[in-house]
Design a protein around this ligand. Sequence first.
Ligand SMILES: C[S@@+](CC[C@H](N)C(=O)[O-])C[C@H]1O[C@@H](n2cnc3c(N)ncnc32)[C@H](O)[C@@H]1O
Length: 207
Amino acid sequence: MTVYDADFWERHYGTLDPTWGTAPNPAVSATVPRLRLPAGRALELGAGHGGDALWLAGRGWSVTALDVAQTAVDRVAHRAAALGLADRVRAARRDLTVDPVPPGPFDLVLGSFFYVPARETVWRRAADAVAPGGVLLIVDHGSVAPWAWDPSAHRPPTPEELAESLELGPQWLPEILESPKRDATGPGGRRAEVVDTIVAMRRQHQG
Ligand SMILES: C[S@@+](CC[C@H](N)C(=O)[O-])C[C@H]1O[C@@H](n2cnc3c(N)ncnc32)[C@H](O)[C@@H]1O
């Protein structure tokens, strides 16, 4: 059985085309404008090659982009510098299963296809870093693509199930729970329709 630990991700990025994942995920670029957040401070968990972080920085956000793979972190920093965004992107290596989440506060904490063991625990810790009025945004797989690493994987949770599993408490309200479909291109140019899961939870100001 594959263990998705730091060594796995380091090997993965070592063989991955450095341009892969440098564009924002469609669910992120479509959802963030709907959150009506002024460009502020953002934290991305499992930023990979930084497509989402760099897109946010290009729109005026100050982004902390964390990933367990040093290769990915170095590439994000390099790309941010090449795009003239170095002052808005702080890329750093963190193993978020053990390392603390930066305290923030952040106006937006996001993760796209961020898979770690016991991830609800990591999300809950990350939620603590969201400022009142801010948003925790999770983009996940809502279907199992034909090219998925584990095509026998169980049915992914619905947005409602995912939101409930976070157990964030009464200070949080679900704002967007959606499952949009999109055409995706997998390895070797294979195309398929896939479903994204979008969960946007807003932290309420205390009354
Ligand atoms: C499927 S990739 C998604 C990358 C990026 N968010 C995207 O959408 O292209 C999952 C990412 O989570 C990172 N990751 C996995 N375990 C992690 C951990 N324990 N701490 C921090 N990042 C981790 C991986 O290195 C990888 O970049």
